[in-house]
Design a protein around this ligand. Structure first.
Ligand SMILES: Nc1ncnc2c1ncn2[C@@H]1O[C@H](COP(=O)(O)OP(=O)(O)OP(=O)(O)O)[C@@H](O)[C@H]1O
Length: 549
């Protein structure tokens, strides 16, 4: 451990203790040696005793800096692990942080471009447009086409800070894992691993550039989503150059109302967008917080979304998608047995799961939701509750489904904020039903056959040869089977002959012995005994050898 990591570890510990996070640990995690260690750090008192636990955790993460803030934001979506109160507090974490020196930003941009800013851009604004935990955004005009662009550049040394913090986090998680035992519900190591994948993805702006291009291409002809153009040739792992957009932040409802935006249509488009990304494209934006979503200023009667920040994208396997759609449909048909079966069939829970008990548990969580009018039921909460229930039955947590659940919660929250009467089910049901019909109907068979076509056209030339080989193999097999059968029959015949001789020999020997003992004619008894011995010898010699067939 280097001096810097020791210093950071002390800093983390002192902030945690100042907010009394040690007092929030369950007794199992605070054995006597932990309490002794805590007493030895007597000068680090809890200075926020009067505040509730969730708020103390939020404040501590905020003070610990960007990596911990993002961690808290991610944790806030793990409602299967946290109570609602804590999840709510963590969801309020904001990662707006003071900007870093624009000289450093300029330097970093020029290193990536291997050219001076002035040679490629006009009007580079030294004052950042936005400054977040990982990057800072500056505006400029691209010299080559005169179009406004933004330059998103990573903070200096952000990678080293993140790697150091992640190391500390995984060491703490490993310690907690040992203290909690293998069957713990909190799974700290898994949570930290999830986070590592997410944050490391955000550190590579080249990846973000590729994701943005792919999402943009998926929605090129759409009137629901616009994704800014990426200047790929100017984008690098630490720098992203994008078309500048001038939308209204989605959270600014007052501005949206002022320009007469059709909020109902906007909310419905949001839900459709989500389902299109998940079910049609299998590529969904998984960081849909309000800072990343803007609304067009043009034709407010038919508004569209503008999506930014494609650092974290999710995909689902075909099987996951199908089970998910069936899950929603089964839920709205109140078919709880089907839900339980789906969880087992998809492999999300073990095949040994007690289906009846699981079905009952699903019913207990789902049935009360129907006490609400249909337009108040939240898809996100249905999914969340189902995962929570499945957790009791040892669900294997699927990171891609957790991402999806988080995105769904965002979309719903957003939709209801824009248009509180939004009937999610009515908006999504036709989409899901159509999709399901396409997956199982004759159309789906035709599509799957089409998808298999390249494989079969590749294999087709080999087919005659394969048939010939198989026929020859079959003929050889038949031949050898016939031989085995003949051998078996010969063996049986020999065996019968030998048994017959041995039995005759036994009868002659017994008769001979009886005649001899009763002093009946001597030659007769001796002949019987002699014939018995001869029959025995022939029978013994003609018995078949023991062999395997
Ligand atoms: N193409 C763009 N046009 C106009 N403004 C933009 C553009 N891209 C980013 N911004 C502004 O910069 C802000 C931060 O950008 P972005 O969300 O991509 O950064 P980030 O570091 O990934 O932030 P976060 O940590 O919140 O995810 C956005 O909220 C938006 O205000």
């Amino acid at each position: 451990m280097s001096f810097t990591s020791i210093k950071r570890a002390y800093q983390v510990i002192s902030i945690a203790l100042h907010y009394g996070l040690d007092e929030l640990l369950p007794p199992k995690l605070a054995p006597w040696y932990f309490r002794l260690w805590r007493l030895s750090l007597f000068w680090l008192r809890n200075r926020h005793k009067q505040k509730p636990g969730g708020e103390r955790l939020k404040l501590a993460l905020q003070e610990l800096g960007p990596v911990y803030i993002k961690f808290g934001q991610m944790l806030s979506t793990r409602r299967d692990l946290l109570s609602d109160e804590w999840a709510y507090e963590l969801a309020m974490l904001q990662d707006r942080v003071p900007p870093f020196d624009s000289k450093l930003a300029r330097q970093a941009i020029e290193v990536e471009l291997k050219a001076s800013i002035e040679s490629l851009f006009d009007d580079f604004d030294e004052k950042p447009l936005a400054s977040a935990s990982i990057s800072q955004v500056h505006t400029a005009i691209l010299k080559s086409n005169g179009k406004p662009v933004v330059l998103k550049v990573l903070r200096p040394n952000v990678e080293q800070q993140i790697i150091a913090d992640l190391l500390l986090m995984s060491q703490t998680a490993a310690l907690l894992e040992t203290l909690l035992g293998p069957n713990n519900r909190l799974r700290p190591a898994e949570v930290v691993e999830d986070y590592r994948t997410t944050i490391m993805g955000e550190l590579n702006l080249k990846l973000e550039a590729l994701n943005t291009i792919r999402l943009r291409n998926n929605f090129l002809d759409s009137n629901a989503l616009y994704v800014p153009y990426v200047y790929e040739e100017l984008s690098h792992p630490r720098l992203l150059v994008l078309e500048r957009i001038y939308g209204i932040p989605v959270s600014d409802i007052a501005a949206l109302r002022a320009q007469g935006t059709n909020l109902k249509l906007l909310a419905e488009k949001g839900v459709q967008l989500f389902f299109t990304q998940v079910f049609r494209d299998n590529f969904f934006h998984a960081d849909m917080h309000p800072g990343n979503i803007f609304i067009s200023r043009e034709h407010p009667q038919d508004p569209y979304y503008i999506g930014l920040d494609c650092g974290i994208m999710g995909t689902l396997s075909d099987t996951d998608k199908r089970y998910l759609a069936e899950n929603f449909l089964a839920f709205f048909n109140r078919d709880y047995r089907r839900i339980a079966q789906l969880y087992v069939e998809s492999g999300w829970v073990s095949p040994d799961t007690d289906l009846l008990a699981f079905e009952q548990a699903v019913k207990v969580v789902c049935e009360p939701m129907f006490n609400k009018p249909l337009n108040e039921i939240s898809f996100g909460h249905v999914l969340l509750e189902l995962f929570r229930t499945a957790r009791r039955f040892d669900i294997v947590v699927q990171p891609q489904l957790v991402l999806l659940e988080k995105t769904l919660l965002y979309i719903e929250g957003l939709g209801r904020q824009l248009y509180p009467q939004l009937d999610l089910w009515q908006t999504a049901k036709p989409f899901l039903e159509n999709w399901m019909a396409e997956q199982v109907g004759p159309k789906a068979m035709l599509r799957k056959a089409k998808a298999q076509l390249p494989y079969w056209s590749d294999k087709l030339p080999e087919i005659p040869e394969l048939i010939y080989d198989n026929l020859r193999l079959g003929r050889n097999l038949l031949g050898s089977q016939q031989q085995m059968l003949d051998k078996y029959l010969r063996h049986q015949q020999k065996s019968h002959k030998s048994n017959y001789l041995l039995i005759t020999s036994a009868v002659l020997l017994i008769c001979g012995t009886i005649l001899f003992s009763r002093d009946v004619t001597l030659w007769l008894s001796h002949s019987c005994l002699g014939a018995g011995v001869v029959f025995w010898l022939i029978g013994w010699r003609s018995r078949p050898k023991i062999r395997k067939f």
